[in-house]
Design a protein around this ligand. Structure first.
Ligand code: PGA
Length: 252
């Protein structure tokens, strides 16, 4: 049985004070969280330390939104996996489409970051997804398969088990447009097949696959009850404590 995972990606929102306020609100609400759901929040780098401290004693876990693949060195402005580990960060989002689109993230750097995250014991949340143009040209599956194959290149089976994959169609991120539950589930099932091709069926059945892209309270239930979807990566709606909590408790 795969466990449900709901992760909040705060993106470049909330200074330290606002991050702490949102964390306190979530902490309060977390007493009512569905115990069958793993909850992760991913604040901006500068808030990670304070938020992690504030989360002590709760079951909410913390993730970063990005990292560099090297452990140290002359990479001005970058954050290393070791620095994240030191703060008690457990997860890291890798290859988010906004990083691919605006910050030159490529399949190659995604693969390097995945290997590095796994090496240092961070659990990667690998993001994949097609553009609207790619979907309209009927190449969405090929696109996602390529991203998966390149991301998993030379990652061995035991490490692959620790990965979380988030299917995030780019046309649904922050646009208010959601993939239909059918589209989302079809792609999640297809990702499982692609992983079965690369590794084996057993791993593909075990791996956690999330959907992301305009997940909100009013569509969470429909999306999260799909057979191949094991949770959600939530952007905008994770900035509101009550809505995020209700998404977490969608099945209660
Ligand atoms: P959204 O973002 O929920 O605001 O569409 C999702 C994401 O980018 O992870």
């Amino acid at each position: 049985m795969r466990k449900i995972l709901v992760a909040g990606n705060w993106k470049m929102n909330n200074d330290v004070e606002a991050s702490l306020k949102l964390t306190e609100n979530l902490k309060e609400l977390s007493k009512e969280f569905d115990q069958n759901v793993d909850v992760i929040i991913c604040p901006p780098f500068v808030s990670l330390y304070s938020v992690k401290q504030a989360l002590n004693g709760t079951s909410i876990k913390i993730g970063a939104q990005n990292m560099h693949f090297e452990d140290r060195g002359a990479y001005t402005g970058e954050i290393s996996p070791l620095m994240l580990k030191e703060l008690g960060v457990e997860y890291v989002i890798i290859g988010h489409s906004e990083r691919r689109q605006y910050f030159n993230e490529t399949d190659e750097t995604v693969n390097k970051k995945l290997k590095s995250a796994l090496k240092y014991g961070l659990k990667p949340i690998l993001c994949v997804g097609e553009t609207l143009e790619q979907r309209e040209s009927g190449i969405e599956k090929q696109t996602v398969k390529n991203q998966i194959v390149k991301a998993f290149e030379d990652i061995d089976l035991s490490d692959a088990e620790k990965m979380v994959v988030a299917y995030e169609p780019i046309w649904a991120i922050g646009t208010g447009k959601t993939a239909t539950s059918q589209q989302a589930n079809d792609m999640a099932a297809f990702i499982r097949l692609a992983i079965a091709d690369t590794y084996d069926r057993e791993l593909s059945e075990k791996i956690t696959i999330l959907y992301g892209g305009s997940v909100k309270l009013d569509n969470a239930n429909e999306i999260l009850s799909q057979s191949d979807i094991d949770g959600a990566l939530v952007g905008g709606a994770s900035l509101k404590a009550v809505e995020f909590s209700e998404i977490i408790n969608y099945s209660k």
